[in-house]
Design a protein around this ligand. Structure first.
Ligand code: A3P
Length: 326
């Protein structure tokens, strides 16, 4: 229970945060009812920025933590399912895993949403946590603790298309009008997207992965689609939960891949009709908008050749000299 003094303190903090945010550059979030605010070069919704700043001040990482990092719509939920199923494979079997009745975002919490202020209440038995924060925004304790990070990124064209549909899904639920795709495209191109510019997000983690390859594993959604079993084995090894040769003979990695496949996960009752973050005055988000097609190259159905070429050119420019291609 919050005491009177704690309540007063939090009111003062909220007031100074509101004052600070009112001074920041602001843009529309593609029709989403919440605006984006630019803080230190990154576009955040108010809630994300507040969570980011609280996490920076208060989040205490443990050396055993494994933090799943991503820009929105690049495969976060999939990575959560795969890593959760891998780490908990001796605790649960195919019919008892929580993945059958909870959506992946409810199984692996977000640091800046769920644990910014309450990191000590964490269930440390399962060391997974996720974040959409750029690398440069991570709380100091994450870097100092030496815990492991896994980053997933995706072709910017598919990321844009996926994000566009995600925001349009939110708009529908909140009875607001999403931007036209070409308007949203221009904003994405200019870097105005959730936790964007997208390329800066990717490059921050890419550079850190080159400096600390033992601490930061860098993945691409497309590679994970191409050979999920191979990459799952690499992920398990990196996390410190490698599959034994006996497990490999029994097909344990293949079973996990099947359990977490788009077809299986998106077809579960909880992900078709459930709601995420419902309650406490929150309307919640329909779980089904998190699962759309799960395909590589769906951008071809939405972007003109000119749009795709422009985005590819920008990506080449932004990543030039980094050794990374997307
Ligand atoms: P699409 O919109 O292209 O279908 P995030 O979890 O970071 O928000 O990423 C969402 C994207 O990952 C969506 O892409 C979603 O459909 C896809 N996705 C979700 N679960 C998946 C799974 N199990 N396998 C592959 N892709 C998945």
């Amino acid at each position: 229970m919050e005491s009177h003094i704690e309540k007063q303190n939090s009111d003062v903090l909220q007031k100074s945060f509101n004052e600070m945010i009112s001074t920041l550059p602001k843009e529309k979030c593609w029709g989403f009812p919440k605006d984006l605010h630019q803080y230190q070069g990154v576009w955040f919704t108010q809630r994300f920025l507040q969570g980011a700043l609280s996490a920076q001040q208060q989040f205490q990482a443990q050396p055993t933590d494994i933090i799943l990092c991503s820009s929105p719509r690049t495969g976060t939920a999939w990575l959560k399912s795969l890593t959760f199923a891998t780490i908990t494979r001796t605790l649960y079997n195919d019919s008892t895993t929580p993945l059958l009745c909870k959506m992946p975002h409810d199984v692996v919490p977000f640091m800046e949403f769920d644990h910014a202020q309450f990191s000590t209440n964490r269930h440390l038995g399962i060391p997974l946590l996720a974040t959409h924060l750029p690398y440069s925004f991570l709380p100091r304790s994450i870097i100092d603790s030496g815990c492991k990070l896994i980053y997933i990124c995706r072709d910017p064209k598919d990321t844009f298309v996926s994000l566009y549909h995600f925001i349009a899904g939110h708009c529908k639920a909140e009875n607001t009008q999403p931007f036209q795709l070409d308007e949203a495209f221009e904003l994405f191109y200019e870097g105005v997207s959730l936790n964007g510019p997208y390329w800066d997000h990717v490059l921050g983690y890419w550079k850190a992965s080159l400096e600390h390859p033992d601490k930061l594993m860098f993945l691409k959604y497309e590679e994970l689609v191409e050979d999920t079993v191979l990459y799952l084995k690499k992920i398990a090894e990196f996390m410190g939960y490698p599959f034994s040769s006996e497990e490999q003979q029994q097909g344990v990695p293949e079973n996990i891949v099947q359990l977490c496949s788009f077809e299986n996960i998106s077809g579960l009752e909880v992900n078709k009709i459930g709601k995420h973050r419902e309650g406490h005055g929150n309307l919640g988000t329909e779980n089904n908008i998190f699962f759309r097609k799960g395909k590589v190259g769906d951008w071809k159905n939405y972007l003109t050749t000119e749009m795709a070429q422009r985005l590819d050119q920008l990506t080449m420019q932004k990543l030039s000299g980094s050794g990374l291609s997307l």
